[in-house]
Unconditional design. Structure first.
Lengths: 231, 104
């Protein structure tokens, strides 16, 4: 069995390639948060407390559009609901972990960390295998906090006409790269996008993100059912 | 609600999702059907952020003509389809956007 430090370091090495896109994401978040009207302290607090790229960008986007707090919080919840699926996959590898460790690890359990550690946990049954997840999560944490900080500093220096806010839809677009080749996904993407765009001004309380998300999910339910009955 | 309260609630809901996924949710709780539908959550929710940011102007009206974001997003999508790379998608989109607004 390798010692704890080695497993921790392995987590750092394994997750490193996945950190490349996190750097611009963190920078953009820092710049935009200031732009939208959060103070530097609040921006840093957001990265420390929420520690989730998609959640934080959704928060900014809806905040700048004037959505109410309730709508913002439920939209963040909707964005996070995708994690429930991963939970079903990951939890079996973590079931014998002590509660205190589950409480700590939960904070670090971001997409990149468990994507990479899930592979390791599948192959490795050592008692200290969780240090891999801690190593990967801690790496993400350091990158996310430092790039947020840099974004806050750089924010003032980046000219507005560079249109950096366009990086937000691009980042989310990039998170869907693996879905572009699947027909049902493409249909769901277009339906949800159209509902959000057309409904932006008409759906009350700026709840367009939730309405569009639920419509998209309903379309997915119907289409997957149709495909199944055809088989 | 103050900004800080908003941040804390958003942090709480994010944390609780993560905690429930390793501490409460078990594989047996979801049948294949539920898992299948949940796998579409990103495709269902992310476009709600993507599309308005591309097709709406700052006042919230739909802007199709003279909107370089549409072409830039299309290029990024194509690059994404072929490369399957997150970073290539983001940078090709930004580069084509800058090319369209500064050079063309």
């Amino acid at each position: 069995m390798k010692n704890n430090l080695n497993v921790f370091l392995k987590g750092i090495v394994d997750v490193s390639p996945l950190m490349i896109p996190v750097v611009p994401f963190g920078l953009i978040f820092g710049v935009l948060a200031i732009d939208v009207g959060f103070s530097p302290l609040e921006t840093m607090g957001m990265s420390l407390i929420v520690f989730g790229g998609a959640s934080q960008i959704v928060l900014l986007q809806l905040f700048s559009g004037g959505a109410s707090s309730l709508v913002i919080i439920s939209s963040v919840g909707a964005v996070n609901s995708r994690h429930l699926l991963y939970g079903a996959v990951v939890s079996e590898h973590l079931s014998d972990l002590r509660l205190i460790w589950k409480i700590i690890i939960s904070y670090f359990l971001i997409d990149q960390a468990y994507a990479i550690s899930n592979e390791y946990l599948k192959k490795n049954k050592d008692k200290n295998r969780y240090f891999h997840l801690v190593g990967a999560g801690a790496t993400c944490w350091v990158i996310w906090q430092s790039t947020t900080f840099l974004g806050i500093i750089l924010g003032a220096a980046i000219p507005e006409k560079l249109g950096l806010s366009f990086a937000v839809p691009l980042t989310f677009l990039a998170l869907l790269v693996n879905d572009f080749r699947k027909l049902i996904n493409v249909i769901v993407i277009i339906v949800s996008g159209l509902v959000a765009t057309v409904g932006y001004n008409y759906i009350p309380f700026k709840a367009y993100a939730i309405v569009a998300g639920l419509t998209g999910l309903l379309v997915a339910m119907i289409l997957t059912k149709m495909v199944k009955t055809n088989e | 609600m103050s900004n800080w309260a908003l941040i804390i609630y958003c942090g709480l809901i994010t944390y609780l999702t993560r905690f429930s996924m390793i501490a409460l949710i078990k594989k047996e709780m979801f049948n294949d059907r539920v898992r299948q539908v949940l796998s579409y959550v990103p495709s269902a929710i992310f476009p709600a952020i993507i599309f308005p940011a591309i097709f709406l102007d700052s006042s919230g009206s739909i802007l199709i003509e003279d909107n370089p974001k549409i072409l830039a997003a299309l290029i990024a999508t194509l690059i994404g389809i072929f490369s399957r790379s997150i970073i290539a998608t983001i940078f090709s989109g930004l580069a084509s956007y800058w090319f369209l607004i500064f050079v063309v």
